[in-house]
Design a protein around this ligand. Structure first.
Ligand SMILES: Nc1ncnc2c1ncn2[C@@H]1O[C@H](COP(=O)(O)OP(=O)(O)O)[C@@H](O)[C@H]1O
Ligand SMILES: [Mg+2]
Length: 267
């Protein structure tokens, strides 16, 4: 039986499966759209306190995988299973998965009309945070306390909203953090800042999955998966996977061709 989970107080009890090691596992995930396998027998596993890069070119299925892990209604029609701490969570909704401790940083910068940064970071006051905790977290993402009264809308740049979202994720203290291209849509995003965010999450014992097409970001991980055509082509040391990516993916002629349902190629 899974223990109690309280997302507001940010405490989660863990059950003793996998020898006490908290894990997220995906097994044989398949998702079809317009007769194409966007995810194709994707199997991977992720351990507590480690950072994993999912590296792949545009269109290989990275964001789709993040939606499947988060349990978006639009992506619930996948085959295969997602296990959290040994428990099958396929039937759980987004809020239910969030309560289990899964957080997603979206590829697009967040926007909430009428909500201040303070309200957003404290979940509308539900999260009791000290001024020091807020300050420290804002400083980790390269912002200061002057931002607390700003609105999380178009008056902040995309980069600033990305930073605010990363701060929010740190403060929620997720057990599983999925970051979909945290540097996307932004001119210059401090790589060092992203590295600090990953350190914070890793230190807090989160499973961190960072989705990216950038080698510099993949190198920050402890382990990397190379994604192509909706399946894992290789996994291992980030440096190894990055050089594999360079050799294979830069010159690949069948880039991002999701496999046709019933087709032979790559099947
Ligand atoms: N609803 C959909 N209908 C048809 N094709 C889709 C749909 N959603 C995504 N795709 C296709 O699935 C592939 C993977 O998309 P995505 O996961 O967004 O890729 P990535 O994040 O790696 O760039 C792309 O070829 C995309 O066009
Ligand atoms: Mg994407």
């Amino acid at each position: 039986m899974p223990g109690n989970v309280d997302v507001i107080n940010r405490t989660y009890d863990s059950v003793d499966v996998n020898g006490g090691l908290f894990m997220l596992e995906v097994k044989e995930i398949k998702l079809v759209r317009e007769e194409r396998k966007i995810l194709n027998s994707l199997t991977a596993s992720f351990e507590k306190g480690r950072v994993y890069a999912i590296l792949g070119n545009n269109g290989v299925g990275k964001s789709t995988l993040s939606y499947v892990l988060m349990g978006l209604e639009s992506h619930k029609d996948y085959e295969g299973n997602v296990y959290l701490d040994g428990e099958e969570i396929d039937l759980l909704s987004v809020p239910e998965r969030a309560k289990k401790g899964i957080s997603l940083g979206w590829q697009e910068p967040v926007r909430f009309e009428g909500l201040t940064v303070r309200e957003y970071l404290t979940l509308g006051g539900k999260l009791k945070l000290s001024v020091e905790e807020l300050d420290e977290t804002l400083s980790t993402v390269g912002l200061n306390r002057d931002y607390l009264d700003r609105l999380v809308d178009e008056s902040l740049s995309g980069g600033e909203r990305k930073r605010v979202e990363l701060a929010s994720i740190i403060l929620v203290n997720p057990r599983v953090t999925i970051l979909d291209e945290p540097d996307s849509g932004i001119d210059i995003m401090s790589m060092e800042m992203i590295e600090h965010v990953l350190e914070r999450l890793r230190d807090k014992g989160s499973i961190v999955i960072i989705i990216t097409h950038r080698e510099e970001i993949a190198r920050m991980a402890d382990e990397a998966y190379l994604l192509c055509g909706g399946r894992i082509l290789a996994s291992g040391e980030p440096e190894e996977i990055v050089s594999f990516y360079r050799k294979l993916c830069d010159s690949c002629q069948h880039i991002n061709e999701p496999v046709k349902e019933g087709g032979l190629a790559n099947d």
